[in-house]
Design a protein around this ligand. Structure first.
Ligand code: NAP
Length: 310
């Protein structure tokens, strides 16, 4: 949405193709308190502000799911959506974020929505007064474990190592929360359910001793990282071992004229601030790319195709 805002300000004809409600990971976050200027704002409120701000500068938002994005021989980009619509533009910015990684243990898929969840904001309220487990040791797991104590009577944080990856301020909050108990050096072996198919326990294994145990919980919230949503891009684009898109300092991918911003790209951390910064750079770089294209300062085959839309 920041990229759309900047493209709009640059007077580019800008379309945002969004499969759901605008906001991405902001919608999975209850409170944002690390976006400058907003000491405390709900994730979905910030998302609404971003969208209306981008619209103010002329960006058009279209709810449609992109299934493929490819560069055509004339060097323009073509996005095809699942409703059969086709969008053409001389440049595109991919900000498709990522999808939560699964543990891939027995029972996880079977009991999804019946005690297994990947979104605390969406499902937390169903666990009022329950004992639940959060799996992971990164920012998401630690932040959401803390959030879930609003509802749950007790939250077990199950982590595979003896040290958390999360930032120190989130760790401090976690350690100070009396409703949270850490279970170190432990992984989930399988998810177990009662006769109605509702989760009632987790089978755990200590990775050092290999001792197995049963944890009685009615919910398992999994926050073990993210997989980038890059499947829409047709053709080879450079990425790292995890699939995150590699970009140069202008956010340009290995496909000329295709830019990437936010969680989908290789970077040290994935914050609202870094996504907004990436979006800014990508939009300004895309504008320069279009200007060079119009003035013929690109490779001849690119200059030949013309056009202004993003
Ligand atoms: P992450 O930083 O990649 O952390 C994933 C955690 O899950 C790690 O602790 C990892 O353990 C553990 N893990 C991975 N695979 C596992 C498996 N198969 N079984 C058990 N545990 C497993 O992912 P994230 O927490 O989702 O965060 C993603 C990005 O978003 C990060 O850049 C993060 O900083 C950012 N983020 C920021 C905030 C915030 O600042 N408020 C909030 C949410 C997310 P190891 O530590 O042993 O590798």
């Amino acid at each position: 949405m920041t990229a759309a805002l900047y493209c709009g300000r640059a007077m580019l004809n800008t379309i945002v193709l969004e499969r759901g409600i605008s906001g991405g990971e902001l919608l999975n976050t209850e409170v944002i308190e690390d976006y400058p200027g907003f000491e405390h704002i709900l994730g979905h409120e910030l998302a609404v502000k971003f969208e209306s701000h981008a619209k103010k500068f002329g960006a058009k938002f279209v709810q449609d799911t992109v299934v493929t994005l490819k560069k055509l021989p004339d060097t323009t980009f073509e996005a095809v959506t699942d409703s059969g619509n086709l969008y053409r533009a001389p440049t595109a910015i991919v900000t498709s974020g990522g999808t939560p990684i699964k543990l891939n243990v027995p029972g996880e898929t079977e009991y999804a929505g019946k005690g297994v969840s990947y979104c605390a904001v969406c499902d937390g309220a169903f666990f009022r007064g329950h004992r639940i487990a959060v799996i992971g040791g990164g920012d998401a797991a630690v932040e959401e474990a803390d959030f879930l104590t609003r509802y749950a009577e007790k939250v077990y944080l199950v982590h595979r190592r003896d040290e958390l990856r999360a930032s120190k301020i989130l760790q401090k909050r976690l350690f100070e929360n009396p409703k949270i108990e850490l279970i170190w050096n432990t992984v989930v072996e399988r998810v177990e359910a009662d006769a109605q198919g509702l989760v009632n326990s987790l089978r755990l294994r200590n990775v050092d001793t290999h001792a197995e145990s049963t944890l009685t919980v009615t919910g398992m919230f999994v926050f073990v990282g993210f997989r980038p949503n890059t499947g829409i891009i047709e053709g080879h684009v450079k990425h790292d071992a995890m699939g995150y898109l590699e970009t140069d300092m202008n956010m340009e991918t290995s496909i000329k004229g295709l830019f990437a911003a936010g969680d989908v790209r290789v970077q040290l951390t994935r914050q609202v601030t870094t996504a907004a910064g990436d979006g800014t750079t990508a939009a300004i770089a895309a504008e320069k790319y279009l200007a060079a294209r119009r003035s013929g300062n690109l490779e001849p085959e690119i200059a030949a195709s013309g056009g202004y839309a993003v």
